[in-house]
Design a protein around this ligand. Structure first.
Ligand SMILES: NC(=O)c1ccc[n+]([C@@H]2O[C@H](COP(=O)([O-])OP(=O)(O)OC[C@H]3O[C@@H](n4cnc5c(N)ncnc54)[C@H](OP(=O)(O)O)[C@@H]3O)[C@@H](O)[C@H]2O)c1
Length: 324
């Protein structure tokens, strides 16, 4: 099969599309595994960190390595103990930091797979797990966002941020988006009530107070954001520093709280997100799709840190009969 692989950690130039052996799922020996024919795979900053070696203390050192932490496609084979999923099902899967999604076939654990409702394309589905899951878990689980709450989202036009704006609106909040002037129209189109341009204003110096400050790109701090939090407000980041971890411990029993979010795949969250897409409340913003041969370009674009919405690899075209 064709896959985008690396033979060693390094820059985006290490990524090449090559022929590699197709993975297999043995019904007896892999009782909880599922073989998926991949149609689309999400591209996340995590993939670029895996590729560069920044995450290598946490990962196996097996090369060649196929990157890609999430994918969507059609089930081809299932292990003996897999319940409720069968060959032919359209699914979305989380593959974790070990990856495997940038390929024509991927193997996922049955616990990390959800069936797709009709009407959600593979490209849309592949954009969801990490970015939309992070936004949902941050705002709902950590922020406990409620109707009429005021939330500020930093990095509002990125993969996590574009979902965060829309999820905050679904939850009934009043949304202030922090992005560049270039992204302001997109933020408003997704539902932002107010926009702060980070190139001209420091959002931590504003006068308004928020129930939740969600830093989707993780370039601020709890210390700097304290003065814009309400007395019982929560600051949440996707990139916790050592100081942030200390602040989380210190603020456990105080009014203003520091929190961080580490995404974990969860069936209920994934099904909720898919329902929002089906109902038309949540629209994955796809800046561009790439072919497997173009992954080096895609990673370079991601690392430039100005992607609006998501980048997705379209491994093969959606079968016409499966289209909504
Ligand atoms: N902890 C977890 O489990 C978890 C899960 C998911 C993601 N993450 C991390 O969260 C971060 C964001 O992920 P992502 O997928 O949203 O990234 P992304 O899509 O690459 O974010 C790009 C966006 O960031 C905006 N941006 C760049 N500089 C900015 C600044 N100084 N202030 C405000 N916005 C700025 C850009 O807007 P402009 O183009 O207008 O500048 C662009 O729209 C990554 O570091 C990722 O690794 C962590």
């Amino acid at each position: 099969m064709k896959a985008a692989i690396i033979h060693q950690y390094g820059s985006s130039h290490e990524l090449h599309a090559e022929e590699v052996p197709k993975p297999l799922v043995d019904r007896i020996d892999d009782p909880h595994k599922v073989l998926i024919r991949v149609y689309a795979a999400g591209i996340n900053p995590m993939d670029t960190k895996v590729r560069s070696g920044a995450m290598n203390p946490l990962l196996s050192d097996n090369f060649p390595k196929i990157l890609g932490g999430e994918c969507a496609g059609i089930v081809e084979e299932v292990g003996l103990m897999v319940k409720d999923i069968q060959p032919g099902d359209r699914v979305v899967a989380s593959l974790g930091a070990e990856g495997g999604g940038y390929a024509e076939y991927a193997v996922a654990k049955d616990t990390n797979i959800v069936k797709l409702p009709d009407g959600v394309t593979f490209v849309q589905a592949a954009a969801l797990p990490i970015a939309a899951g992070t936004a949902l878990q941050a705002l709902l689980n950590k922020g406990q966002l409620r109707p009429n709450d005021r939330v500020l989202i930093n990095g509002a036009t990125g993969g996590v941020g574009t979902f965060a704006i829309q999820i905050a609106k679904i939850l009934g909040a009043y949304v202030t988006a922090v992005c560049s002037a270039e992204g302001a129209a997109l933020a408003r189109q997704l539902g932002a009530d107010q926009v702060i341009d980070y190139t001209t204003s420091d959002f931590t110096n504003g006068l308004e107070k928020y129930d939740v400050v969600f830093d989707a790109i993780g370039n601020s701090s709890f210390d700097d954001s304290q003065n814009i939090l309400k007395e019982d407000g929560v600051y949440i980041t996707t990139l916790p520093s050592a100081k942030q971890v200390l602040n989380q411990a210190i603020t456990t029993f105080t009014g203003k709280k520091a929190e961080s979010l580490i995404f974990t795949f969860n069936h209920d969250d994934m099904n909720w997100l898919l329902k929002q897409v089906t109902d038309g409340n949540l629209v994955p913003v796809i800046e561009r799709t790439y072919r497997l041969e173009e992954l080096a370009l895609a990673h370079a674009a991601s690392e430039a840190e100005h992607v609006k919405g998501k980048l997705v690899v379209e491994v093969q075209s959606e079968p016409v009969a499966e289209k909504s």
